[in-house]
Design a protein around this ligand. Structure first.
Ligand SMILES: Cc1cc2nc3c(=O)[nH]c(=O)nc-3n(C[C@H](O)[C@H](O)[C@H](O)COP(=O)(O)OP(=O)(O)OC[C@H]3O[C@@H](n4cnc5c(N)ncnc54)[C@H](O)[C@@H]3O)c2cc1C
Length: 343
């Protein structure tokens, strides 16, 4: 059976009617009973892909190219109609995303709302989204609360809203890959429950606090407070997500107090490609892989680390590159922060 995306592309090409008043030869075309505006350039792209489909053994091979071309349409695109084929029945029509200032407005091909890293029952888990992106040749960008003024959190392809990933580590309902006390070489305690110190000394009394990446700093502060803990520093606002703030090196005041990345001791990254000791998979990534990334002298004891699907990398360059990467290394799922006694 011919795939839906091929039929849609054929319908668009066959029904294309140039509008005489348009100097650039753009026009209208009909697919699945709806009319769309199409530039002559995109029509030519579709024709080229359809011609190629005639000469390949499996015409579905060209789906990524077709999706890319349709994704360039500036208004609505019939690509949304193939959402079912891409494996999700929850993805709605193309949605508009604006940053908080509304100076960045995009209509990505799909907007996803993951609630898990790799739960097999969640067809919008981070790994499911990345696998779908690989199979369709799409770009992926995760965003936090959209408080960056630039286009640093935008993409025309697969956009991930991370606010559903907002749980701190928990002893009863652990988050994916949650660190265990007996896997640490750090002497700092993992703050899984309220901490108690014999004396009051926020400078010396430190702990490790793990959380999913999409928690807002406001909610993070509430969780920390319930465990008698606080952040070492903050910016002038608390609506950002912890990883949105970290990824852009958000800073506070105080010349001796570092920016957000200075508090990070470990993180879990979902990305495409395989770590070869220097890079993640080169130019043609094939697989989705999960990594716990730390500095060379990181908090985890590599001999005791036992998580089966999240590979441990302890490498200074890799850690420094990922920690402040503006979404360019993949999707950060969780983070371990060094925090201090509440003050
Ligand atoms: C009112 C206000 C006050 C501010 N005050 C300060 C201040 O005092 N000091 C300061 O330095 N800055 C400040 N900023 C800037 C702000 O802290 C940064 O822009 C921060 O990045 C916003 O975080 P966010 O969660 O909104 O992330 P977004 O703007 O949504 O994203 C920022 C970057 O993080 C990436 N990202 C987000 N989540 C993930 C993830 N899970 N995995 C991978 N990449 C991800 C995105 O791709 C993007 O590149 C302020 C901004 C506002 C609006």
């Amino acid at each position: 059976m011919k795939s839906k995306i091929l039929s849609l592309a054929e319908d668009l090409v066959k029904s294309f009617t140039a509008t005489p008043s348009q100097a650039d030869s753009s026009g209208t075309a009909v697919a699945a009973g709806r009319s769309y505006r199409l530039t002559a350039g995109i029509k030519a792209d579709l024709e080229r892909h359809l011609e190629r489909a005639k000469h390949v053994a499996d015409p579905s091979e060209i789906t990524p190219e077709l999706l890319k071309s349709l994704g360039k349409m500036c208004g609505e695109s019939p690509a949304e109609l193939v959402a079912g084929e891409l494996g999700s029945d929850q993805i709605g029509p193309r949605q508009t995303w604006k940053n908080q200032l509304a100076n960045q407005v995009v209509q990505p091909l799909f907007v996803f709302y993951p609630q898990s890293l790799n739960d097999p029952s969640d067809n919008q888990s981070i790994t499911a989204i990345l696998e779908r992106a690989l199979s369709t040749g799409s770009l992926v960008k995760a965003a936090g609360s959209g408080h960056s003024y630039s286009d640093v959190a935008t993409t025309p392809d697969f956009f991930i809203n991370t606010h559903g990933l907002n749980r701190p580590a928990d002893p009863v309902n652990p988050i994916a890959g949650q660190l265990k006390t007996d896997e640490l070489r750090s002497t700092l305690p993992l703050a899984l429950s309220p901490t108690n110190w014999p004396n009051y000394d926020p400078e010396k009394n430190r702990a490790l606090f793990e959380t999913e990446a999409g928690i807002t700093i406001r909610n993070l502060n509430t969780s920390l407070e319930s465990r008698n803990l606080g952040l070492m520093n903050m910016g002038g606002y608390d609506g950002q997500t912890i990883i949105g703030a970290t990824s852009t090196s958000t800073h506070g005041s105080g010349i001796t107090l570092g920016p957000f990345p200075d508090m990070v001791r470990s993180l879990v990254l979902a990305t495409t490609g395989t770590w070869d000791g220097k890079t993640f998979g080169g130019k043609a990534p094939q697989t989705v892989a999960l990594y716990r990334i730390e500095p060379a002298d990181g908090i985890t004891d590599p001999k005791k680390y036992s998580e089966p699907v999240i590979q441990l990398i302890q490498d200074d360059d890799c850690f420094r590159a990922v920690i402040c990467s503006m979404g360019c290394f993949g999707v950060i799922y969780s983070v371990v922060l060094e925090v201090m006694q509440m003050y």
